[in-house]
Design a protein around this ligand. Structure first.
Ligand code: LLP
Length: 458
């Protein structure tokens, strides 16, 4: 039997089990929520979101103040973006990082000033670039040489007297991180950014070529250099290595051209807890270590410290959300070693959380509508889609009496859950429901079959 009290990590900060065995988030009973909103539903703890956004901002501000650097924290909207969360992030002193015209539209609808928005993307369309310029975005992060020319053309198209576009150049440092380790290689075999590595035959690196090309154009204002090394990073060492590499490039550019780029962005990627016992990346520690690495590198290079920026997404929204499902069927299956695995099928699946199927990601689940029996069984939570890979939680101990009609919650689904959701099997996407101080507010409503049929022109 589960005990009453806070659920702790990996659950939203306010999630607690009452003495009646049911779970409440921000004081809202999940049973009431399921009745009012239906299931599946993403349940987002607003205070937790705001607290995490604030904690990241203050950690970086504190650490950067120690080295005399200014810092901006951007909320990476790709993790989950809606008008309300863009507004919350901005109210908590963050800016908003967008990666497409669609994300840009949400941030603008939220009233985030263009100057506080960044636009990423490895292949931005002319229309996305034009919309970003119309909105007066604070920075466009260019990802290729072609894109340098494309942004120049877009500025020219605005006519004489148009403001130069503020740009950063995204570079690849050879540092890859994710999970517990980071690796460093000279050449990166992937689509993002421009390599800092010198070509085999000598000459400038693609990154240096792009930076000098930006400086040649009066239509562009070079803000600085951008590096994002990966996601769900639990080992902070990679950030320090990437920071040094980027700062060396900045110094080399200054030596070559006399232009010292004022800013450096070190991306996002801070890892969170998905399972009980996981240790998330400590934001105070990462902020201090990265600031110290920047300080040391700048001292060694004899350059002043730049303005810094970071782009966390997962670390802000990931832990704030649980997905609430209703159990549909329960089926014991004998597996090869003779053990029995209980297949617990819920009313969602890979359409609301593709991460287990796509990345083999592991999640934690619990029975949340009642305490359940003290005896537990090895269970696998699966969805309702037409494929055997439709797994929500690979392995979890659940009360042995888990049954149809029970409410099951999966923890830490806030990042890359709703944002990567699909309509596979014509399943409408679940709503995102915020809870705060005992009240519920629907941020994104549930899709209906009519919504889906409206796209089908017959
Ligand atoms: N900045 C840039 C340039 C990025 O590409 C990303 C993520 C972020 C910031 C935010 O990273 P975060 O702090 O959220 O880790 N769908 C994958 C993650 C893809 C991340 C892509 N870029 C997943 O579900 O694990």
């Amino acid at each position: 039997m589960t005990t009453a009290g806070p659920l702790g990590l990996p659950w939203p900060a306010s999630a607690e089990r009452g003495t009646d065995g049911a779970v409440r988030v921000a004081g809202v009973d999940v049973r009431d929520l399921a009745v009012a909103q239906g299931t599946p539903a993403y349940v987002l703890d607003e205070a937790d979101f705001r607290a995490r956004a604030r904690a990241l901002r203050t950690a970086f501000e504190g650490a950067c103040a120690q080295i005399g650097a200014e810092v901006d924290v951007y909320y990476a909207g790709k993790a989950f973006l809606s008008v309300a969360v863009a507004r919350w992030a901005h109210e908590e002193g963050l800016r908003v990082d967008t990666a497409t015209g669609g994300e840009l539209a949400v941030a603008l609808r939220a009233g985030v000033p263009g100057a506080d928005i960044g636009l990423h993307g490895n292949t931005k369309s002319d229309s996305e670039i034009a919309r970003a310029l119309d909105a007066g975005v604070g920075r466009i992060i260019v990802d290729s040489l072609v894109e340098v020319d494309r942004v120049v053309a877009a500025v020219r198209a605005r006519g004489a007297g148009a403001e130069p576009a503020p740009v950063m150049v995204r570079v690849t440092t050879g540092v890859h991180a994710g999970g517990h380790e980071y690796i460093s290689t000279a050449h990166e075999d992937q689509k993002f950014g421009l390599s800092v590595a010198t070509p085999a035959g000598g000459g400038d690196s693609p990154a240096m070529t792009a930076l000098t090309r930006v400086l040649e154009h009066p239509e562009l204002r070079l803000l600085g250099i951008h590096s994002h090394i990966g996601s769900q990073i639990l080992d902070p060492a990679g950030f320090a290595v990437a920071a040094r590499t980027v700062l060396e490039l900045r110094a080399a550019l200054a030596a070559r051209t006399g232009y010292l780029a004022p800013e450096v962005d070190l991306g996002g990627g801070f890892g969170i807890a998905y399972l009980p016992g996981d240790v998330p990346l400590d934001v105070e520690r990462i902020a201090k270590e990265v600031a110290a690495a920047v300080d040391a590198a700048c001292a060694a290079l004899g350059t002043p410290v730049p303005r810094l920026s970071f782009e966390p997404g997962r670390a802000i929204v990931g832990p704030t959300t649980l997905t609430l499902y209703t159990v549909g069927t329960v089926k014991p299956v004998t597996i090869d070693d003779g053990r029995v695995r209980l297949y617990v099928a819920v009313d969602g699946g890979m359409s609301d959380n593709i991460r287990p199927a796509l990345y083999g990601a592991h999640y934690h689940a619990a029975l949340v509508s009642r305490p359940g029996s003290p005896e537990t069984v090895l269970a696998r939570v699966v969805g309702k889609h037409c494929e055997s890979g439709d797994v929500v939680v690979h392995e979890v101990q659940l009360p042995a009496d888990v049954a149809a009609g029970d409410l099951l919650a999966v923890a830490a689904t806030g990042a890359y859950g709703r944002s990567m959701a699909s309509n596979y099997n014509h399943v409408p996407r679940p709503p995102v429901v915020a809870v705060r101080d005992g009240a519920t507010r629907v941020l994104v409503r549930r899709e209906t079959e009519d919504d889906l049929l409206a796209l089908d022109l017959g």
